[in-house]
Design a binder for this molecule. Sequence first.
Ligand SMILES: Nc1nc2c(ncn2[C@@H]2O[C@H](COP(=O)(O)OP(=O)(O)OP(=O)(O)O)[C@@H](O)[C@H]2O)c(=O)[nH]1
Ligand SMILES: [Mg+2]
Length: 586
Amino acid sequence: MIRQPIICVMGHVDHGKTSLLDKIRSSTIAAKEAGGITQHIRASEVPIDAIDSICGPLLRASNIKITIPGLLFIDTPGHEAFTNLRRRGSSVADIAILVVDVTKGFEPQTIEAINILKEYKTPFIVAANKIDLLTGWRDSKLNSLLASLKKQSEGVVAELDNRIYGMIGKLSEYGLNSERFDRIKDFQKEIAIVPISAKTGEGIAELLVVATGLAQRYLEMKLNIEIQGPGKGSILEKNEIRGLGTTIDVILYDGTLKVNDTIAFATSNSVATAKIKALLKPKPMHQVGDSASKFNYVDSVSAASGIKISGNGLDDAMPGSPVMQVTGDDYANEIKAEMGEVFKTDSRGLILKADSIGSLEAISKLMSTAGFGISKKGIGKVTKRDVTDAFSMYATDPLSAVILAFNVGIEDDAQEASQTSGVKIISSDIIYKLIDDYKAFTDEKKKTAAQKIEDRIVLPGEVEVLPNSCFRVSHPAVFGVSVVAGRIVPGYQLISNTGEVIGKIKEMQSEKETLKEAKKGEHLAISMSEPTFGRQVREGQILYTNVGDEDFSLLLKEFAYLITEEEAKLLNKIMTIKQNARYKKA
Ligand SMILES: Nc1nc2c(ncn2[C@@H]2O[C@H](COP(=O)(O)OP(=O)(O)OP(=O)(O)O)[C@@H](O)[C@H]2O)c(=O)[nH]1
Ligand SMILES: [Mg+2]
């Protein structure tokens, strides 16, 4: 027996990976994904006769002797956050298809994928996708690119070649030789670039021929091994299925698993085992993760396969965890070693709940790039305990009294507790939205905090005591002033030009109206309890607002937007007066 090769589909977000697989399977997964992006690894089997029905004649003309039972495709997410999922996907892959949007060329995750593939020494093909978007392209309704090219104008064929030369050039920067697939002499030495449209299906025939050929050659070298021996794989998802209970979806990339075998896997806090009750293989052309009716029961399954496993004790299994058949005692250490970084937390930060290790990793990474900490992570629903934990952070850091819930529910008592405690729960099934919402939340909180500071900062102001304008000498003194620069507000303390504190502005009035603020140029009457007019305050005297040292530095930095350039000059003048006064005292 030989195992079917695992083909990992990689590439930058939106370049068309899921659409390509949809075209091959005649499915419409891409259109149904939340936010239009892939957030999980998914596997689907395409048997050799399905491949034959798309590209049979070409396949036979290629003279490759096909012995593989089919291809197991793994779809990966292109969004930048999912490096770990891509790494995991490509680490189990035998070959890869790198999907590149011809209209966009190489983008960051294209390059990341190339680096991962180079690191794992995974042979790959480039699918130059979206050729239908080239100006002048006519949908030939054919699967074959070469047949379609005959129906295209010279201009668009030349344009396509241009784009391909661009890709060849780009690949050479990474030390890789490549060529359009039909111009390749030695597939061992050059990477094939196959122009395709996942929308029209053009080029899909050649892509499958090249992939099958590469897989077949790869298989001759490597594949007719590894299917005996203990099973080893990776858990993609965990689901409740009626009649089966908890099931896990697994990519088996090594060995064989049988009903009644014991398997080990990671749980949220340790390693557990379970006995396999049933093994379900997806019917061809469906994905592991589809509903139960699309599966066949089997007694044994060998790598490489996407399978669903049911059994008692799977409730705590964690998606993203490695899974292995238990044969000796060392399984727990092996699994712990693979889990490594996932549950590392920061000393401060919010709480994150997610549906799988993959998303947990992805969100953790994005959060740390955005400069946010995570103090607790877990898989599964938001519980009351999570809310209590988040609440304990409220006093020291209100921005951390938050729970991010990715694609998981919230238990009723947790919902209640969050409402009474003020702990914010942000939930979404789209990762970047979750993070954007949290950013918006922190911005809003910071704005309110800033507003509070703004309200208590003393701003610079300079007033001149007007002549013949004393209405009352003391208790309180009431007299006229004109604002020379900046502004004054009731409550501000005023100092003299030598830094002596005169007193606090009690009230401000102009034409019998009480004022909340007076700005440069305004004339008004102010009342102050402390001074006596004619002694501490005199006609023609210049008074300044008493800006504190802390306010001074706030106004120089984060609150600089509160004052004009002229007011900044006044601020410096006030600080000089205060410094001189201090100096004199000393
Ligand atoms: N015109 C055209 N549009 C395409 C083609 N392939 C994909 N698209 C569109 O491009 C968008 C992204 O396609 P997806 O298949 O979701 O891309 P993806 O690479 O799987 O994206 P992620 O999984 O999020 O990384 C969708 O709107 C598709 O309809 C193509 O060949 N031609
Ligand atoms: Mg996708």
